[in-house]
Design a protein around this ligand. Sequence first.
Ligand code: IPM
Ligand code: MG
Length: 370
Amino acid sequence: MPANKKLLVLPGDGIGPEVMYQVRRLIDWSDKRRHVTFNVTEDLVGGTSIDTHGVPLTDSTLDKAMGADAVLFGAVGGPKWDNLEFKVRPERGLLRLRKEMDLFANLRPAIAFDALADASSLKRELVAGLDIMILRELTGGVYFGEPRGITTLPDGTRRGINTQVYTDKEIRRVAHVAFELARKRKNRVTSVEKANVMESGILWREEVQKVHDEHYPDVELAHMYADNCAMQLVRQPKQFDVIVTDNLFGDILSDAAAMLTGSLGMLPSASLGAADSSGRRRALYEPVHGSAPDIAGKGVANPLACVLSYAMALRYSFDAGEDADLIENAVKRVLEGGLRTADIMQPGKAQVGTKVMGDAIIRELDKLAA
Ligand code: IPM
Ligand code: MG
């Protein structure tokens, strides 16, 4: 087993540190079992970095992220920093990490745990057994396109501008990831854009189709407009296996898919770069929920999305699929045992806080590994 893997932990703002603390306990647990041994460094990002260094991400933290085998990220942002200039807001720290580390493939699984099927806003039969993988392109599109900005025209009119732009290469590399993922799942890819109104959407559709025909004719491929996809996600979500889409549509559709599973507090994510010659990929793992400033510091946040993100790190960065399975099973058993944080609370269940949830996971891990 590989020893001393470099792990950079960036808890961030709001509930980030609370949920990440529960992950630190799991890292210690992995360490004790000696399956994966980590060299853990912790650093600041987002608002807490602004408070200390004046910027949401320092160059030295970025360097550490570039050299790490994986980055575990909590959440950034909060009302304290809401009025800052756009360029130095907490979110810019996250966006800079994504861009500089070239993490173009963002995996957002939406899995409905059976025990939570009744916590979904949809009927149980529509979501029970749901297992979708949303693959969001993460370093292109309107999030980074130029020109951008707010300008004042000669007649005094103010104009805001952002640019949706994709190259064939950017589309093709994320399409490859989609088809590879599908082959290990139900072998179905739905590619999502707005080719009916956007040229970048037409290019997206053409390039995905080409990658399919050239390399993955065995995988089932469908194309869908983003608005229809939003509708289908709440109408018949189980029709999907892998959804591949651009940065902005992926941002929106993954929030919708998350809610199908009962709570945003349950959804992990992995952001991956391209593999280098030794097969190593830069990677950042992050719960999809934000910093939730309204409940920060109260010890009530759901740590499960962060815990499941750590499981994804074990699976995708450290080739420790068995340890990832252990953690996912422990989460499943804790939920079946009736423990719930406030966001997924249901009648007849026991409401607990962040720490008790963490205790319960470690207890189940001990039992599963015994
Ligand atoms: C997400 C978030 C981010 C995004 C924000 C915090 C910049 O909503 O990861 O989905 O828009 O990408
Ligand atoms: Mg989002």
